[in-house]
Design a protein around this ligand. Structure first.
Ligand SMILES: [Zn+2]
Length: 61
């Protein structure tokens, strides 16, 4: 007399996804900064116009 238990479906699917989303590789040396010649506190990473006086931003060196 063999009394064996029914097959237990131990489907423990533990998925540990350790995905490091390190796609932010901002290691570019050619990073330019733009600023206003009248307002040095205005700094932008792209060309545009000064929000204070409307002057064209110049490339900072
Ligand atoms: Zn300005």
């Amino acid at each position: 007399m063999i009394n064996f238990p029914p097959p237990k479906k131990n489907a423990k699917t533990e998925i540990t996804v350790k995905e490091m989303a390190d796609t932010k590789n901002e290691n570019m040396e050619a990073k330019k900064t733009y600023t206003c010649s009248m307002h040095p506190e205005v700094i932008s990473d792209k060309p545009g116009k000064c929000p204070k006086c409307g002057m064209e931003l110049i490339e900072k060196k």
